[in-house]
Write a protein that binds this ligand. Structure first.
Ligand SMILES: Cc1cc2nc3c(=O)[nH]c(=O)nc-3n(C[C@H](O)[C@H](O)[C@H](O)COP(=O)(O)OP(=O)(O)OC[C@H]3O[C@@H](n4cnc5c(N)ncnc54)[C@H](O)[C@@H]3O)c2cc1C
Length: 341
């Protein structure tokens, strides 16, 4: 591991200073469960690691403007215990799926959202696009865990976040703190001592066309401070992840749903699939198809068919289409109390 400076800010403003200092290549440390592996493998080579754990506001869950605000440093275990989050079942489903008490205790929601891909080409030093001498390794090599949607460009990895599909289905926003490269993009809201902007989580992820683009809109010096969720009233939600192993594992595919059901009929639906594309994959067509319908075995299956109808599997991952379909169908049944697990 290359040597680096270690900084421990106690306020957001101090974090911005440490991250943005001229000539410094900084990375953010949250729970450290993945960053330590990235550092050891020299997949990131910062000159400074900025540990956000001493900033109190990032550990809080509070009510805010018609919803709930979650600090990015809130751990999975604390999330599951917090009574303000009681109505957000799809988030608890995700925590349950991370079957390691150690990871639940130290992994954070912000670290999950910013988790770099688990693609084995990336993890072996071939970059986000997994290229060697301009040749795409996921395209020509083993791509059994790669994308089945949004894979027509150079990026074939799948987004690693487990919470992003659930949060996105809820219509979450993220607060990004730090300097902007576009004049006027970030403003200083009243009471804030740093430049910050709330943006819909839907706009946070990027399918990179080039290696330098990254997989989120975060620019050097920026970090995620909070996540905001609208009130959970009247909405039923669920996440269904298909995991290969009983223990700690990454899903092969997952789906999160939020449903507004009135008199047994769907008034509004939001379905987002995870681990199937370089970004969390919003399935607008199947959500629209459900409106005005009752959810049962048959309609959940038909909505799932619509959700996967535009899949473009690679040479070795056709099987993931069926798995993604199952995830959508079971998430719908689970959200409506028609599935026990
Ligand atoms: C051996 C091992 C195996 C694991 N296997 C699994 C698994 O199978 N399934 C699973 O779901 N989880 C797994 N995890 C846990 C996973 O790493 C965490 O759940 C979580 O995704 C990372 O959270 P963290 O707070 O530790 O992030 P960190 O490791 O601190 O950071 C992760 C990345 O996000 C960036 N980052 C962190 N916070 C922010 C922020 N606020 N703003 C901007 N960037 C930020 C960091 O710079 C880093 O690049 C595993 C962990 C370990 C140690």
């Amino acid at each position: 591991m290359k040597p680096f400076e270690y900084a421990r800010p106690t306020t957001e403003a101090e974090a911005v200073e440490f991250l943005g200092e001229e000539g410094v290549q900084a990375v953010i440390l949250a729970g450290g469960t993945d960053l330590t592996s990235l550092l050891r493998a020299e997949l990131v080579g910062p000159s400074r690691v900025v540990d956000l754990k001493q900033i109190p506001s990032l550990h809080e869950v509070t009510r805010l403007e018609g919803g709930v605000q979650i600090g990015s440093l809130v751990t999975l275990a604390d999330l599951a215990k917090n009574r303000l989050l009681d109505g957000y079942r799809s988030l608890f489903d995700v925590v349950d799926g991370v079957r390691s008490i150690q990871v639940q205790g130290s992994g954070t929601i912000g670290g999950d959202l910013c988790h770099l891909p688990n693609c084995w080409y990336f993890r072996n030093g071939y970059g986000l696009l997994g290229q060697e001498n301009g040749v795409s390794l996921p395209e020509t090599g083993d791509n059994r865990y790669h994308a089945i949607f949004g894979n027509e460009g150079a990026a074939k990895f799948v987004n690693a976040s487990r919470f992003a599909p659930a949060l996105m289905a809820w219509g979450a926003k993220v607060r990004i703190v730090g300097p902007s490269d576009k004049a006027g993009f970030f403003g200083r809201s009243s009471g804030s001592t740093v430049d910050a902007e709330w943006i819909p989580l839907e706009y946070f992820y990027v399918t990179p066309k080039t290696e330098r683009q990254g997989n989120t809109i975060l620019k050097p010096g920026q970090f995620v401070s909070h996540i905001w969720l609208p009130d959970a009233k009247l909405i039923s939600s669920a996440t269904y992840e298909v995991l290969q192993m009983e223990g700690l594992d990454w899903p092969l595919a997952a789906a999160s749903v939020c449903l507004d059901v009135d008199g047994g009929l769907v008034r509004d639906a939001s379905i987002v699939m995870g681990h199937v594309a370089p970004i969390p994959w919003v399935t607008g067509d199947s959500s629209r198809w459900l409106i005005g319908r009752q959810i049962n075995e048959e309609t959940a299956g038909m909505a799932a068919d619509v959700a996967v109808s535009s899949a473009t599997p690679l040479s070795m991952n056709e099987y993931k289409v069926q798995i993604a379909r199952t995830a959508v169908k079971r998430a719908l049944l689970k959200a409506t109390g028609q599935l026990d697990t």
